[in-house]
Design a protein around this ligand. Structure first.
Ligand code: NAD
Length: 317
């Protein structure tokens, strides 16, 4: 199957990720069959799509007169038969439960042609295990969009043990067609790429706070006003080249033995969870937040992501 022939996508699950991914495809001209288990769940999905679309319009990333076309291209369905109609590529965004995903994909096979591609937006499950009940395991891959998927370009494509190269390349090429920035792993690994990097940094950040070397505010400031700004432009490996490989090699040599390599979750994080301090949902996590502060930090982060999208666009023009 040629990726250029795909004009309709099937998205399973109209929650946070499924609705944003549906918007991505519909705003790039694809028809979308958006499936969920009830009309109420679909309604929530549509309402989330409208909110995200408004953000894109307010920031000139989508034009007002494109709205009817985008919304018309998203067809809600509550049966797998309707969800499969004319679609050659599936992106599953159902809850993160292995048995549920396994069954869903198994049930799908009867509705799709043999060369249709099945992708899961799983953030932590093994693609090999999700595909375990499939007859055509070669057609299955993980394709992990980052949240918020209408504002972040990264999609991680990670094959399972039996995924064919054709499937991986088709998934990658499809993401390019909707202006995403896909990265491709050569084999399955826990955490994909992004979370391995993110959690390596989090482990060190928590260690620095737990051992009293710095306050949480200073750890966050070091990232926000230092490495974080550079990393948005040059990744860690490009940064090493710009700093000089000899310099970075010498720092690795003297620093690595001193970095945190604990395989236990930091005590401040486990304590927070034990005490019900879950972050934004409870108003307290590692920090204490008022509702206004939380709203402001989320607004500011959204603005920054939009600025990045604009910058990406300018660089490509
Ligand atoms: P969500 O809870 O917001 O949405 C899940 C949707 O799936 C709901 O609308 C629910 O009604 C629907 N659903 C329930 N049972 C279903 C079934 N049998 N078939 C199809 N749909 C069903 O979840 P989410 O945050 O959108 O996450 C979806 C997937 O994306 C998960 O695998 C998750 O790990 C992954 N993911 C989430 C994020 C994130 O930050 N939220 C980021 C990357 C990946």
């Amino acid at each position: 199957m040629l990726v250029s022939e795909i004009s309709r996508i099937c998205i399973l699950g109209a929650g946070t990720m499924g609705s944003a991914i549906a918007l991505n495809f519909a705003s790039k001209g694809f028809e979308v069959n958006l499936y969920d288990i009830s009309d109420e769940a679909l309604e929530r999905g549509y309402s989330s799509i409208k909110n995200s679309l408004q953000v894109l319009i307010d920031n000139d990333l989508v034009k007002q007169d494109e709205i009817p076309g985008i919304m018309d291209r998203i067809k809600g369905c509550t049966t797998l038969e309707d969800a499969s109609e004319e679609a050659l590529f599936v992106i599953e965004c159902a809850p993160e439960k292995l048995e549920l995903k396994q069954k869903l994909f198994k049930d799908l096979e009867e509705y799709f042609p043999d060369d249709a591609i099945f992708a899961s937006n799983t953030s932590s499950l093994s693609p090999t295990k999700i595909a375990a009940l499939l007859f055509h395991k070669e057609r299955f891959t993980a394709s992990n969009f980052w949240n918020p998927a209408h504002l972040l370009p990264l999609v991680e494509i990670m094959p399972g043990e039996e995924t064919s190269m054709e499937t991986v390349l088709a998934a990658r090429d499809l993401m390019v067609r909707i202006d995403k920035k896909p990265v491709v792993l050569t084999r399955e690994t826990p955490g994909f790429l992004g979370n391995r990097l993110q959690f390596a940094l989090l482990r060190e950040a928590l260690y620095l706070v737990d051992s009293g070397i710095a306050t949480k505010e200073d750890v966050d400031a070091a990232v926000k006003y230092g490495i974080g700004r550079r990393l948005g432009d040059t990744g860690p490996l490009e940064t090493a080249d710009l700093g000089g490989t000899h310099v970075f090699s010498a720092i690795c040599d003297s620093l690595f033995s001193d970095l945190c390599n604990s395989d236990e979750v930091s005590s401040s994080l486990t304590e927070a969870v034990k005490n019900g301090h879950l972050g934004y949902t409870t108003g307290k996590g590692i920090y204490e937040w008022t509702e206004e502060e939380l709203a402001a930090v989320q607004r500011n982060r959204q603005r920054t992501l939009i600025d990045w999208l604009r910058r990406d666009k300018e660089r490509e023009e």
